[in-house]
Design a binder for this molecule. Sequence first.
Ligand code: FMN
Ligand code: SF4
Length: 466
Amino acid sequence: MAVPKYIKGKEPHKSEYRMIFRNVDRRGWDASIKSYIADGGYKDLKKALKMKSQEVTDEVKTSGLRGRGGAGFPTGVKWGFIPPDNKKPVYLICNSDESEPGTFKDRYIVHQDPHQLIEGMLISCYAVGAKVAYIYIREEFSEGAKILENAIEEARKKNFLGKKILGGKFNCEIFIHRGAGAYICGEETGLIESLEGKRPYPRIKPPYFPAALGLYMCPTIVNNVESLCHVKHIIAMGGQKYAKIGTPRNTGTRILCVSGDVVRPGYFEVEVGKITMGELINDVCGGLRKGRKLKGVIPGGSSAKVLRAGEKYTIGTGESERTIGINDIPMDFDTLAACGSMAGSGGVIVMDDSRDMAWILNNINTFYAHESCGQCTPCREGSLWMKKITDRMVSGAGVPSDLKTLTSVGDNIAGRTICAFGEACAWPTQSFVAKFPEDFKKHTSRRNAGKELNPESKAAAAGLKR
Ligand SMILES: Cc1cc2nc3c(=O)[nH]c(=O)nc-3n(C[C@H](O)[C@H](O)[C@H](O)COP(=O)(O)O)c2cc1C
Ligand code: SF4
């Protein structure tokens, strides 16, 4: 394979390890099957089809790959949840909804390297025994949907897709399904409902774990775009070799999407856990804007709990236990969880000392209040209630009790809903208020006149108890 050269000004940073994004911004590259095959494309599908399907799953298990869609669940383990005595059809769904604010990686794969995704999906379908796969792509990615449709037709003409693939016994079809632009369609069971033509109300788990009871109540594997691309590389190099990239338990590479107050925002593919937050911000992204100090970071998409500059975290156990600061956090699933947040979808949002955290939380709350599917009362009412409170705060009418109310509303959503949207909308409120109380107090103690506008005070005055 040729060593890629990149478009001027879009060269990868020296700390990057380009595997999934190898062809993104590559000079002379296009999304055609011609470019892909010339670069060794579809060789890994050929290799996989010579293996037993269980061997492919075993390689993925050995690789230690963890899902890149948000939860970081081990991909091979998920595939193993398909009931062994299953007689129903198995489906594979590629989650290309990419709706978590701060995350913008999957769309580049779809636009610039669609065949990498299709090859990864075909290998995955072979491994899990799926003859039909869907790419669920959000409405806003209309160009991406066209590119994928075209790539599927190109692959079909070359017999990588369809009946008797490459002259063997494996049959597989991939269909594109376009969403209508709702965040909740990224949640795997909401996505499945939507794919079935219904309103995307997430299903309760248990019993509706997709690997057992998914699309049309058949075993269904839902994986993120980036996760499925990794499968191709795992087959190319073998699970053991792949597991040496990154760090133990946090293997491979992942694409971090950095936005906010850095000099050079963008996407960066790095070995998982080999780079710290400080290196990412100060080296890869060129640091903060001139004269500014770091205030906080949301490390894994808007639903991840915020980290505050200056905080200390205890990570590791036994002899490896140590205390670190925000800049020392290795960007991996386990460490970010130990620091009280999550690696999530890889969307790193950096905030400097010019930012008002009440304003930022209000922005996040507005998104979640709009996107709640409305099925569970705590989420439907709570997300809107939190938005109304932060709306009031930033419009100068906050009252001192707002901090307590916000926290209490958040506490009463998390853990009390059908799907993880509940946590996604509660965690920002809980963490921002706890970690930056001074910013919220600025909006609540300025004056007392706002009291009249506070629905809680009004209700209390009218003798109504909430
Ligand atoms: C509210 C919500 C939104 C989600 N949005 C996405 C999304 O846009 N893309 C995605 O891949 N996963 C998303 N997820 C995670 C999926 O439910 C699912 O875990 C993931 O697609 C599994 O793929 P993976 O194992 O490869 O990570 C979302 C989860 C929740 C709770
Ligand atoms: S938690 Fe929110 S988004 Fe999820 S099912 Fe309940 S109401 Fe819908």
